[in-house]
Design a protein around this ligand. Sequence first.
Ligand SMILES: Nc1ncnc2c1ncn2[C@@H]1O[C@H](COP(=O)(O)OP(=O)(O)OP(=O)(O)O)[C@@H](O)[C@H]1O
Length: 320
Amino acid sequence: MIVTESLSKRFPRVTALDRLSLDIGPGVTGLVGANGAGKSTLIKILLGLSPATEGRAEVLGLDVAACGAAIREHVGYMPEHDCLPPDVSATEFVVHMARMSGLPPSAARERTADTLRHVGLYEERYRPIGGYSTGMKQRVKLAQALVHDPRLVLLDEPTNGLDPVGRDEMLGLIRRVHTDFGISVLVTSHLLGELERTCGHVVVVDGGRLLRSSSTSDFTRTTATLAVEVTDSDTHPDGTAALREALTAAGVTLRAGVEDGLPGAGHILLLEAAGEETYDTVRDTVAALGLGLVRMEQRRHHIAEVFRPEAAPQPTEVPA
Ligand SMILES: Nc1ncnc2c1ncn2[C@@H]1O[C@H](COP(=O)(O)OP(=O)(O)OP(=O)(O)O)[C@@H](O)[C@H]1O
């Protein structure tokens, strides 16, 4: 779907992309990176809207330097920033975008109705966009990216500004773009956690460079950490120490580091989650020691760990 070879983009004061080589196949792919990592710059180059300084890129087999218009015929784009006219309705705007993509009037109206229904805006479709919530505006932006039935959509921070419920709804819609319509998706975010749930593949960029590109399952396997907190008991006045010892003996790998900022941070053990069996081992070990299990949860990954792999909690030898 997308191939880049040593792609660079230099602005006078900053290198936004630095020899980035990617090969992204069909499906839903997440492009994750902190603000300024180069995500929007990459998207603009892929759409043929901004020339690269060096290197090359192909989208759907078309060279971005020569075939921008053809690429935009088959690729939908949801920009990051609010760019919607406040005085027109969602229907008017999306029909207009469909017409701009070359659809005849009747097809444009039909596709607009279908697409607005898909994104959950059917009831409000005749109201002016200016009165919409942030979530509704994001849906209009998604609808206009889908209306011309593209093969691929590039979604730039579609969950920006949304509350947790709005985020989940948007992520659900994005998954359905692929499952219901077979459209491939490249979606950017600065939050690794939300992309892990949505994407089959995750690409991480930092400072315009590729940090990592792998399937989400590989990613989760190598970074999954379980946080476990237990109570003390009369037999084990330091329940955490007793559990640490017992889990080490049971072959569970403990990770260094503490869960800063959480209540009872010093009493939380971090473990490498090797699979479902780790949950069973922890539950059985806690029960065998007669301790109370306060929490056992998969720790949300912190983006800093991915950007600075050396800062990630490493498996550690814990003295028995
Ligand atoms: N037109 C431009 N002129 C100069 N510098 C630019 C331009 N566009 C982007 N940059 C710089 O390039 C770097 C990458 O920006 P880019 O917008 O691609 O990052 P991003 O990962 O999309 O982050 P964000 O989500 O904050 O937009 C930043 O340092 C940005 O300031």
